[in-house]
Design a protein around this ligand. Sequence first.
Ligand code: URA
Ligand code: SF4
Length: 205
Amino acid sequence: KPTAAPYVPELHTLTVLREALPSCKGCELYEHATQVVPGVGAAHAKLMLVGEQPGDKEDLEGAPFVGPAGSLLRGVMEELGIAPESVYMTNAVKHFKFVQRGKLRLHQNPRLQEINACRPWLAAELDAVKPQVILCLGASAAKSLLGSTFALMKDRGSVQESAFGKQIIATLHPSAVLRARDDASREQMRGLLKRDLQFASELAS
Ligand code: URA
Ligand code: SF4
């Protein structure tokens, strides 16, 4: 089974992890991506946000949540008075997965196998940052931390138990909000994301 485990250093500090991350060949996703995208933010944040994987822009810039989904997320954070640098933001999978269509690189959802392969990096980040609360953005992050059968729309917005001994909450992914079928459902989904982020942030403070 593919796994990042042999590439993850024993010492879990963000500096050490960040230095080791570019050498990961734990699954096939490093082969086509531009670069690996490490987490960013406060080294000992009380709240950690976990997305799915870098998108096109993140892959090019080497930083998480700098594309359209990131703008939506940062907009919601601003409305709630949450400074981006006060939290730690990362992804369940650290390399961009896509299919090339002409000039476009179309995002592909990571498979469970890739989510599982990359989990040792996420576990090491959790160990380094030691957040009180983790907010999973979307099903991929929730599958990584809460198990592959987690039902996002049924169990979003409430504290879940997990093997990691943290308070974990799952909510919608900002990309899912962007893909909503009409304005009304987009507003509704954005509202759920905002409510869950507010809940997570209050729980962590
Ligand atoms: N979507 C994610 O899940 N993570 C990012 O970093 C950007 C978009
Ligand atoms: Fe390693 Fe994760 Fe990249 Fe796969 S996606 S190569 S496990 S860092």
